[in-house]
Design a protein around this ligand. Sequence first.
Ligand code: NA7
Length: 545
Amino acid sequence: MASSTATRDLDAVVIGAGFAGLYMNYRLRETLGMTTQVYEAGDGVGGTWYWNRYPGARCDSESYMYCFSFDEQLMQEWEWSGKYPEQPEILRYLNHVADRFDLRRNIQFNTRVTAAHFDERGNRWEIETDQGDRVTAKFLVTAIGCLSSGQIPDIPGRDAFRGESYHTGAWPHDGVDFTGKRVGVIGTGSSGVQSIPVIAKQAQHLHVFQRTAQYTIPARHGTVDKAFLDEVKKDYDAIYEKARWSTGGLPYAPVERSALAVSDEERLRVYEDAWQQGGFKFLFASFFDIGIDRRANDTASEFIRSKIREIVKDPEVAEKLVPVDHPFASKRPLIDTNYFDTYNRDNVTLVDIRHAPIQEITPTGIRTEDGHYELDIIVFATGFDAMTGTFNRIDIQGRDGARLRDKWAGGPLTYLGLASAGFPNLFMITGPGSPSVLSNMPVSIEQHVEWVSGAIEHLRSQGLDVMEAEERAEQEWVAHVNEVAEQTMFMLADSWYLGANIPGKPRVFMPYPGGVGAYREKCNEVTEAGYEGFTLRGAEVPVTG
Ligand code: NA7
């Protein structure tokens, strides 16, 4: 970092103003009374929900669970309109939270943190932004999201296209008018599966360029059942508490039956019932072993395949849509509304780019090995450099000038996804190595924010200044994450969980797949043991936790 002409010395800097950054700001400023500066790249709060404004964008967690639980009144007052929260409504919710707790006054928008270097002499982070800010802070908290660095594949001719092109994760605020347009969507992950049915209704013709066929479960989205919501609100704390100790951060009762221990008829009945309920319940409320036993998984995968063949009328198109190269839930499970049905429309064509890959983007469309498709608009629903991409875009240097991106060159190394050895007083909200993307995010975010504010409070109460993950604890945690991942379906697909969507990215499973309940227990044990695995020290004297 250039010569130290920092203008402001703060207690804490938070990067990002999505769910995580907003709540971290609240805890640091209001609970701990610290001078805090939040930097946010967008011109408003919302994070993921600020950027991902593509048609059909919504969350796959049911709305009553996709919110904060830290304030009883906030929980009671907010009314969701749909079973699943749609992007505009989530953004309204987060703006409401920002207003309600007056959180904007120390957020600087339109500002990206470009560098953060730890100065060992003063035990402070020196932080720079693209707007020329230079500040120092005792604590640095990354609330940068797990899916915030969009990736547009490096297809030859990419910049030659003369029509309009958009990435789903950087969607224009005024929307895109597809009326009368020939549209191509590349990608059939969550963003593709959500947007394709909506775009199809507007476009003159839609070509979907599919590399990997997907399993997706109907959402059964609709207006929210008011009577159900009223019941939830009577018992909200208990419901949320159940989610905190669950696997995925949702309050569904754990199932104990195995898909292999029931008759064929019973299994079909359970799947059919779960399919009708829709959403993540198909995974969490059918059989416990779908995610961990290949033979159990085969029964679920086969059930979904049969549904695809039933829904899609043209058998040739149906076969292209049937996933055969990976088991269900080895990639992020998808939740859709009318996705497979969309391929019954006359104005929708599925282009199988697994067998005839894209060769180039031309000024007027996309050329694959079997032809040229004339297009007016290309939508890149091609995903993100997940979990580590946004860290790598910031020049983070810890002790001895060591760079985080160098340390993570072979895959992210963290202790609990909260901290990384060599980077004192840097805390990560839902960092790699924590349940994060495998969970209902607000539940994981609240747990992390509260853990971090508890740790900072502990330091303060002990008259200590610095907290740093120990290398041994970090190595053991990373080994544990891998060991748990090996027992799941996750290792059997090329997914962004493994970094497989980014050419050259090391193939390492990044989130913690042991469940939010087990993870919370581990974090609590660490705290109760005096922050075991962390070194806590004052300006000079180390205290090993
Ligand atoms: P995803 O889930 O990473 O999906 C990206 C899609 O784009 C997926 O179908 C990819 O195919 C496809 N893709 C990526 N690169 C290419 C290239 N080079 N050529 C053709 N097709 C490509 O991103 P989403 O935005 O949909 O979802 C991200 C998460 O947001 C989601 O999981 C939720 O957690 C919310 P592939 O499957 O790799 O063959």
